[in-house]
Design a protein around this ligand. Structure first.
Ligand code: HEC
Ligand code: HEC
Ligand code: HEC
Ligand code: HEC
Ligand code: HEC
Ligand code: HEC
Ligand code: HEC
Length: 268
């Protein structure tokens, strides 16, 4: 996702609604301050909800009139912590991601009157600054073309980072929806996958090929080294010289790193 695409939504809005001065400046200012306070308490940088020219905040209760589905379980969502009291009449939570909604509501829900972060991650980056950087690293999941933060994160209910009884049953199932080759079942499954795909891959972006968290044997030695001396032993076998030939998963050694149907030592 590059910045040009990311900026598209606010620009469209600006064009549609012209340059009228933002009416409820006081309200917005209040909300900004509250948002800034609530975010600073969790050590995130000061945050401004997305700006929609001439639009005012309407509060969460309004959204639930038309979007029962999204509103119903919002209290269970990780992001319900960003809800802020508003004008003693209610709370603003939805609009911290979707922007002030008065124009959207008055138009009966016309498209392009409100920010949809499913189409651009820009608003997520406003609060999660480090993610903008991660998605700019040389290797990253490609955002856009139907892929967004929402492929992996839930904004409207439950934990934002999906989870389940075990990591394998939980997050891995999201990954293998798009990466069926890693799904298995393999005759010889690499038990590392029980810890989750993210023990080896950064889901956002890394400097390393294949989104790996480490570029060399250290990736595997995290779990496998027997003795960390000048004589490296892995699985009871001396690996000192083997490891100079390349990474564990190249050089014909453990190429079936996710699992194998033929090789207990995950060779191919
Ligand atoms: C008067 C009814 C109504 C209210 C109130 C309302 N919406 Fe909507 N909204 C709609 C309709 C209708 C759509 C279009 C749905 C569709 O076409 O799928 C929509 C679409 C949306 C979309 C998708 C827009 C897009 O361009 O993809 C978002 C996001 C949204 N609403 C958020 C909100 C939020 C947040 C609130 C409260 C602040 C809210 N809405 C209040 C009726 C409403
Ligand atoms: C953390 C940011 C965030 C918050 C807070 C949030 N949303 Fe959303 N919303 C999203 C994202 C991301 C999408 C894109 C699709 C998805 O994730 O479901 C979206 C999409 C929508 C849509 C468009 C329909 C769709 O599913 O694509 C509606 C309607 C909507 N949200 C309503 C709400 C309402 C109502 C609230 C408050 C109860 C709310 N949102 C709070 C991030 C947020
Ligand atoms: C207004 C600021 C704000 C916006 C906008 C926002 N977030 Fe968050 N996000 C938060 C806060 C606050 C938390 C809770 C942090 C905590 O509990 O440590 C959070 C938590 C998360 C978490 C869980 C982190 C954890 O360690 O459990 C994920 C994932 C996440 N957000 C993704 C998103 C995505 C994706 C979007 C855009 C759709 C988004 N956020 C938009 C403020 C925001
Ligand atoms: C391919 C799936 C995927 C995509 C796409 C994705 N995330 Fe994540 N994200 C994850 C997983 C998995 C974790 C948990 C990481 C862990 O447990 O090590 C996570 C964790 C996070 C966290 C918690 C902090 C951290 O570093 O662990 C935040 C914040 C977050 N994601 C924000 C985002 C935002 C914003 C986007 C979109 C710009 C996004 N993510 C896109 C899978 C994804
Ligand atoms: C919505 C679909 C989707 C989901 C969910 C998803 N990915 Fe991906 N992933 C992609 C796409 C698209 C690419 C880019 C493919 C390419 O460039 O060939 C990719 C690339 C990768 C790559 C790099 C592959 C390469 O050849 O360089 C790895 C590793 C990866 N994903 C791991 C994961 C993990 C781990 C998860 C779960 C946290 C995950 N993916 C979730 C769609 C997805
Ligand atoms: C033990 C570490 C480890 C774990 C756990 C792991 N991977 Fe990998 N993955 C790797 C390594 C190493 C490579 C690079 C293989 C290569 O270059 O031949 C890789 C490559 C990939 C690729 C690129 C495939 C290709 O043919 O180039 C995808 C996609 C991928 N992994 C997805 C996943 C998914 C999804 C999970 C969780 C189900 C997962 N990985 C768990 C280490 C791991
Ligand atoms: C999160 C921890 C973890 C990581 C990281 C990890 N493994 Fe494993 N691996 C395991 C566990 C647990 C087993 C099963 C128990 C055992 O045999 O030690 C296993 C088993 C294996 C086996 C089968 C051993 C046998 O003969 O039965 C091979 C080969 C292997 N791993 C290679 C690798 C390679 C190559 C990497 C790096 C790409 C790697 N592992 C990274 C945890 C991990």
């Amino acid at each position: 996702m590059n910045d040009r695409t990311a900026n598209r939504i606010p620009l469209t809005l600006r064009k549609t609604f012209g340059g009228k001065p933002a009416l409820p400046a006081l309200l917005i200012a209040t909300a900004l301050i509250v948002a800034a306070i609530s975010c600073s308490t969790i050590e995130r940088t000061v945050v401004t909800p997305p700006h929609i020219p001439s639009a005012a905040f309407v509060g969460d209760a309004k959204c639930s009139e038309c979007h029962q589905q999204h509103s119903r379980n919002f209290a269970t969502a990780t992001h319900s912590v960003i809800r802020t009291e508003w004008n003693k009449e209610g709370t603003i939570g939805c609009e911290t991601c979707h922007g002030p909604a008065s124009i959207h509501v008055e138009s009966g829900g016309a498209l392009r009157t409100i920010v949809n972060p499913g189409k651009s991650p820009e608003v997520c980056f406003e609060c999660h600054l480090e993610m903008r950087g991660r998605f700019n690293l040389p290797n990253h999941h490609p955002l856009g073309n139907g892929m967004s933060c929402s492929n992996c994160h839930d904004s409207h209910s439950g934990p934002a980072i999906r989870q389940n009884a075990t990591a394998l049953a939980g997050f891995n199932s999201t990954c293998v929806q798009c990466h069926p080759a890693q799904r298995g079942p393999f005759t010889y499954q690499h038990e590392a996958l029980r810890e989750g795909c993210t023990v080896c891959h950064d889901p956002h972006g890394t400097v390393n090929a294949k989104l790996l968290t480490e570029r060399n044997g250290n990736l595997c030695l995290k779990c496998h080294v027997d003795v960390r001396t000048s004589n490296i032993t892995v699985g009871g076998l001396p690996h000192q010289f083997l490891m100079q030939k390349g990474t564990c998963w190249t050089a014909g050694c453990h190429e079936a790193v996710h699992g194998s149907h033929v090789s207990t030592s995950l060779r191919f």
